[in-house]
Design a protein around this ligand. Structure first.
Ligand code: ADP
Ligand code: MG
Length: 338
């Protein structure tokens, strides 16, 4: 049965890296990094979202930048609630009307515990929502990527986010098999930081590492070597230093986390019921989440798992679009929190 739709019904993708709000009117109404800057002396929130992201690694000592979500789940409940309040206010402004007591569809990682699900539910509630419906992230991602999830066929979706990667096979509207690992794009950044520290004795920041990953980071495929000049702090002299990094070096640094992601995909495919296995060969796998934008990811994975792999149309938006498309089915969706 369709619920009574109202303007105030929204979908939220509460990601480790990015938070998106989807409205039935405007589609993606807001898309900002899930980052908050807090003044440690007053405990006040100084900035949220894009503004806070700009400050990452550059704040004076009394300010700390916090990512209140970690590995896809809430690490700091109060800050997540405050961030959501702020995000809803911003979304209201963009939409041109106040989101008073919206009904919200929000995604949860399929690997999350009932306590973690309850925390997401309560944070959205405390931020001012009326009715909250939880939807599993891979299901939202698959809906958002336009997969026919209600049909009795295997829909395989791989969502590589900031803090986690979820691999799921969905058929008949439900998750048939799924694996969730706490490795995503953030881990790739960390491994680049570690590599540069170990090889060059130079410390680089999170944002520099992310930039390196996006520009000259590659999945484990052959490619023409590229170079990038980067700046950091020499750990010996303490002075700024510029080094030239090769894409081959970066690829090596990324090897371990990428193999973990591959392993999670393999494990999920191995769990697939035999009747559905054939579908996967024909229909392939859809990649979504920001991490899937790593250069060569599609090519590498399709070579490794020997089935077609395709990038979703909007990898950074699939989950949010999926939560939005699920709004009319709020009553039908199974609420994971009673
Ligand atoms: P989440 O759902 O956890 O918020 P997202 O799906 O928004 O995560 O993806 C964020 C991750 O994607 C970050 O780790 C970011 O560095 C990574 N990412 C975004 N664009 C690219 C790109 N072009 N190449 C590689 N990684 C990317
Ligand atoms: Mg996500």
């Amino acid at each position: 049965m369709l619920s009574n739709l109202s303007n105030f019904d929204i979908g939220i993708d509460l990601g480790t890296a990015n938070i998106l709000v989807y409205s039935r009117h405007k589609g993606i109404a807001l898309n900002e990094p899930s980052v908050v800057v807090v003044d440690t002396t007053t405990k006040n929130i100084v900035a949220v979202g894009a503004e806070a992201y700009e400050m990452v690694g550059k704040t004076p000592e009394k300010f700390v930048t916090i990512r209140p979500l970690k590995d896809g789940v809430i690490a700091d409940f109060d800050i997540t609630t405050e961030m959501l309040k702020n995000i809803l206010r911003k979304a209201s402004k963009k939409l041109g009307f106040a989101l008073r007591k919206p009904n919200v569809v929000v995604c949860i990682p399929s690997g999350s515990t009932s306590v973690e699900r309850r925390a997401i539910h309560d944070a959205v509630k405390n931020a001012g929502a009326k009715k909250i419906t939880l939807i599993e992230e891979p299901v939202a991602a698959a809906i958002g990527a336009g997969m026919p999830i209600d049909e009795p066929v295997a829909n395989v979706v791989v969502d590589i986010g900031g803090g986690n990667t979820e691999v799921a096979i969905i058929s008949f509207g439900g998750v048939v098999s799924c694996h969730s690992i706490k490795i995503g794009g953030d881990r790739l950044d960390e491994d680049i930081i570690q590599y540069v520290r170990k090889e060059y004795n130079v410390l680089i920041g999170e944002r520099t590492a992310e930039k390196i990953k996006m520009e000259i980071g590659y999945a484990l495929i052959d490619h023409e070597e590229q170079f990038m000049e980067i700046r950091g702090r020499d750990l010996v002299s303490g002075l700024p230093k510029t080094i030239k990094l090769s894409s081959y070096e970066v690829r090596n640094a990324l090897k371990e986390p990428l193999l973990h992601i591959l392993e999670a995909i393999r494990a999920t495919l191995e769990d697939c019921p035999a009747e559905l296995s054939g579908d996967i060969v024909d229909r392939g796998v859809i990649l979504t989440g920001g991490g899937s934008l790593l250069n060569g990811m599609e090519e590498w994975l399709s070579k490794e798992i020997v089935v077609p792999v395709q990038l979703a149309e909007n990898p950074l938006e699939s989950v949010a679009i999926g939560t939005g498309k699920a709004i009319p089915y709020m009553n039908k969706l199974q609420a994971a929190v009673k």
